[in-house]
Design a binder for this molecule. Structure first.
Ligand code: PCA
Length: 323
């Protein structure tokens, strides 16, 4: 009888240990479930689940359903979410380095964007570290072009547009071309177009497709101006609370997600541009004048950015250009 009791107690203890060893994390994300970034997050969560034998369960909350895009970083910092996906350029006003991948034509191809990430990553790791967070991985959006109902021969043709901005830099572009910037996050973009709040914006084919932009706007100028990145960030205390094997599994799944994400971004670029075309969108190569005008805007913005970012910004640009 005594032995039997001891056995039951041990079994109950083992059960408790198992239950408390299962950790659940929330992962707020700002883009729809069918977007390639979100699909990558879902795959990442499933990889972590498998690698940890179900010990760490990560629930992805797509489409800004848990926190709106600009709130996700603070939510992870405060521990309301243990992990989250942010658009780095959203946080340029907090610290200029977050906005480096939103500067027109600083890094305007996948290869250049990857180099910029290599140069940016140690700085971002340090900053997030000071804020009690860490960066797990980052993936570029496809190249950014201009959605507009108008025919654009030069930047002057953009004057007076009702321009949707998603970041300080996209708002600055509006100012420089004489358009009216309105900040609208991706989750509210379809509605903003439908109600006429905006009639133009710069983004990827991916977001144009997600938001059914072809229902409102027929032209996309393929300027390939920059490739902003989503980053997956983790609350440091939540990470520290995991056992070593689980931490390692998380880091490993993050590294795989980064490699897979960049490859999927290229695929999503080609696929979504095809789908936009199939839905009546004209994909237009910018004229030499429009290109030159946009380049000039990029030069102005880089100069302004370097002034604000100071020596740290210059070091980043130098390090990037050496890669
Ligand atoms: N899509 C996001 C950011 C960049 C992109 O391609 C958006 O438009 O909100």
């Amino acid at each position: 009888m005594k032995l039997k009791f001891a056995f039951h107690a041990a079994a109950a203890l083992a059960f408790c240990a198992q239950v408390s060893a299962q950790t659940k994390w929330d992962l707020p994300a700002a883009y729809p479930a069918s977007n390639f970034h979100t699909e990558n997050l879902t795959q990442f969560a499933s990889d972590v689940d498998k690698a940890t034998g179900g010990k760490l369960k990560i629930q992805v909350h797509a489409n800004a359903s848990l926190f709106k895009a600009p709130e996700i970083k603070r939510a992870v910092q405060g521990g309301q979410a243990q992990i989250g996906e942010i658009l780095l350029v959203n946080f340029q006003n907090e610290w200029q380095i977050f906005g480096a991948d939103g500067l027109p034509f600083l890094a305007d191809s996948y290869d250049a964007a990857m180099k910029l990430w290599r140069a940016q990553k140690p700085l971002i790791e340090k900053k997030l570290g000071e804020q009690g967070m860490m960066v797990l991985y980052a993936v570029a959006w496809p190249p950014q072009g201009i959605y507009t109902k108008r025919t654009l021969n030069s930047a002057a043709d953009m004057k007076g547009l009702k321009w949707r901005a998603y970041s300080p830099a996209t708002a600055r572009i509006a100012e420089l071309v004489g358009a009216q910037p309105v900040t609208v996050q991706a989750a509210e973009l379809s509605q903003a177009m439908a109600t006429g709040v905006v009639d133009s914006y710069m983004s990827s084919g991916s977001t144009g497709f997600d938001t059914k932009t072809f229902e409102h706007i027929k032209n996309w100028y393929d300027t390939q101006a920059w490739l902003p990145k989503n980053a997956v960030i983790v609350n440091r205390a939540a990470f520290n609370a995991l056992d070593k094997a689980t931490q390692d599994a998380l880091l490993k799944a993050g590294a795989s997600a980064e490699a897979r994400g960049w490859a999927n971004s290229r695929k999503a670029n080609a696929e979504t541009l095809d789908k936009l075309k199939a839905n009546g969108m004209s994909i237009i190569a910018p004229s030499a004048t429009l290109k030159a005008d946009m380049k000039k805007i990029g030069d102005t913005m880089l100069k302004e950015w370097l002034e604000k970012a100071g020596p740290e910004g210059q070091q980043l640009v130098d390090a990037y250009r050496k890669l």
